[in-house]
Design a protein around this ligand. Structure first.
Ligand SMILES: [Zn+2]
Length: 354
């Protein structure tokens, strides 16, 4: 692409992913980076200034020395790490980044042990608000799986699905994930499995394992005409309940009517109560998508199946916990996780690609 003569602002990889979602409608109704009015409103009441539900600030942060060159009304080019112009932006607002205030509002803590708070402190000093126009989508390793909201909506319509549940994940599927997905499939027409790919948390499986693991699960166990696998590439914010609501809003924009919220969705260490991500939806009844609030599944030896507290009357002694940590530890020793916690077809994928 020919370079414009606009002044250039270099943006991070995370920011290019925000530009993309803004441009393709994944962040609707946002059409740019937040101005101060929306930002303050989101921090204070989980809504944009016009009252629509929105829980996570979407900001472009720049250094003070960069911000000093611009004023409201300027048009700038947003340039990615390779130096190529990926978007243009009309600056509407420049305002200070109040880190402690933002940390308290978004994460409910100022503790630097919280990865989201730590990330906030690494962001630059000035927020720039304004509409963006994408010129070129960021590079993706998974172009085949990276569907746009217009594409998923069309696929749902072509299949005649009216009730669609979305499942957010960043890990390879174990039996607890499968339980949640099957529970949803009992009550909806179709399921969008929408794993997060991109920058990982330490200890997460690679995006390749996640995608191949899901392909194995779908191929061997699920009705093919009821499941779509696509990827979502956005930065993680580790914001617990607020992030759960944010994930739901995005899936609403992709055309889903229901959103599966399990135990400790988007949680971080012990910062949030296990079911805080369920309760936030009670504050946001007009979010535009129905949360399917489900308990954390486990394997019960007496019931001989994966169940939750909602349907199993047995005690801890009978229960086998299913967690990514247990699976990762087994994989490190090159051992197949037992079938009670992971399907062998999925385990083989993990062992092969780890
Ligand atoms: Zn039981």
């Amino acid at each position: 692409m020919k370079k414009s003569r606009l002044p250039r602002i270099k943006i991070s990889e995370d920011t290019t992913l925000y530009v993309e979602q803004i441009a393709i409608g994944g962040f609707a109704p946002l059409d740019g980076f937040m101005n101060k009015e929306d930002y303050e409103s989101v921090l204070k009441r989980k809504r944009l200034a016009d009252g629509q539900v929105w829980t996570i600030p979407i900001n472009l942060a720049v250094k003070r020395s960069v911000a000093a060159r611009y004023t409201k009304g300027d048009r700038v080019a947003l340039v990615d790490s390779s130096g190529s112009e990926m978007a243009q932006m009309d600056i509407e607002d420049l305002y200070p980044h109040k880190r402690r205030h933002a940390a308290e509002a978004i994460y409910g803590t100022r503790s630097m042990r919280h990865p989201g708070v730590k990330h906030l402190h690494q962001l630059a000093d000035v927020m720039v608000g304004g509409k963006v126009k994408m010129l070129r989508a960021p590079f993706s390793q998974w172009p085949r799986y990276k569907l746009k909201p217009s594409q998923t909506r069309r696929m749902f319509a072509e299949r005649g699905w009216r009730r669609i549940a979305a499942f957010h994940t960043r890990n390879a599927p174990h039996r607890a994930h499968e339980y949640l997905q099957r529970t949803a499939l009992e009550v909806v027409d179709g399921l969008l499995i929408h794993p997060f790919v991109g920058r990982r948390k330490d200890g997460d499986f690679s995006s390749e394992i996640v995608i191949k693991g899901y392909k194995a699960l779908i191929k061997n166990y699920y009705p093919k005409d009821k499941v779509i696998l696509a990827c979502l590439e956005i930065p993680m914010t580790f914001a617990g309940p607020r992030e759960a609501a944010f994930h739901a809003i995005i899936r609403r924009n992709y055309g889903c009517t229901h959103f599966i919220v399990g135990r400790d969705h988007a949680g971080v260490g012990g910062f949030y109560d296990k079911y805080a991500a369920h309760r936030i939806f009670d504050e946001l009844p007009d979010i535009g998508i129905t949360p399917l609030k489900l308990q954390g599944p486990f394997y019960c030896r007496r019931c001989s199946r994966v169940v939750t507290e909602s349907s199993c009357g047995h005690g801890d002694k009978e229960r086998v916990q299913i967690s990514g940590t247990i699976i990762r530890n087994m994989v490190k020793q090159n051992k197949m996780p037992p079938v009670e916690i992971m399907r062998p077809e999925v385990s083989r994928v993990i062992l092969k690609y780890s």
